[in-house]
Design a binder for this molecule. Structure first.
Ligand code: SAM
Length: 210
């Protein structure tokens, strides 16, 4: 059997459960992790630093560390942060920060100021910890810090040549769930700040080039 065929079979075995569950949900969002990770990789900018908000168990952080020389991930839940510290103790290109993204983004941006290009994955929000089966950091009324995160990025955008921002869980942006604004809010923010935008699966993607 050819090497490629074996690789494909291994890939199917690894992702079989995710695909099966997705099919059961009639392929509705959220899409499986492997697809989300592929979209993230496809939207990487060469020689860019990555900032992720919401480390959680670090699954995306790990993927980012393979495509970028510098990854900063911010987590507000202390237990998850401590766990990620241990998990990534041997990966020098990952820097973890403890705190709320809206408070820590300023410090994070200072750490990557030598980079001309930046990619940002905004995924900090209240969610259910699937292992401990309890809520992670946050409260319903301010479950997502997205507006504050975007406000901060707006002030920093001119310091970079290229910026890609990936905002996860776009299905929740309907002004009816927790404090998520409508999709219009993101579209208007892009227009006002000279970003192009598109949606891939459950991710809203904003792109800007100087
Ligand atoms: C959906 S999970 C992140 C998943 C992760 N990015 C991944 O792709 O595997 C959301 C995480 O954001 C964290 N969180 C919630 N509010 C936050 C905030 N204001 N700042 C930073 N992290 C926050 C939660 O504790 C949780 O771990």
């Amino acid at each position: 059997m050819k090497f490629r065929t074996i690789t494909n079979i291994l890939w199917l075995l690894k992702n079989h459960r995710q695909i099966k569950n997705w099919k059961k949900r009639n392929f509705s969002p959220p899409s499986p992790e492997f697809l989300k990770h592929q979209i993230i990789q496809n939207n990487n900018i060469e020689e860019s630093a990555w900032i992720e908000t919401g480390t959680y168990y670090g699954d995306t952080t790990k993927i980012l560390s393979r495509i970028s020389s510098k990854v900063i991930s911010i987590e507000a839940d202390q237990d998850l942060y401590e766990l990620a510290k241990k998990t990534f103790s041997n990966l020098e290109n990952i820097e973890l920060m403890f705190g709320r993204s809206e408070d820590k983004l300023s410090e994070a941006f200072k750490k990557i100021k030598t980079y001309k290009n930046i990619c940002i994955y905004l995924d900090a929000h209240l969610c259910n910890d699937h292992i401990k089966n309890k809520k992670t950091f946050g409260e319903e009324k301010d479950a997502t810090p997205i507006k504050k995160e975007l406000k901060f990025i707006e002030e920093q955008k001119d310091n970079f040549n290229k910026i890609n921002i990936l905002i996860d869980d776009i299905r929740l942006f309907n002004n009816k769930f927790q404090n998520y604004p409508k999709k219009d809010y993101l579209v208007n923010w892009c227009k006002e700040n000279d970003f192009d935008w598109e949606i891939e699966q459950d991710i809203f993607i904003c792109k800007r080039m100087k």
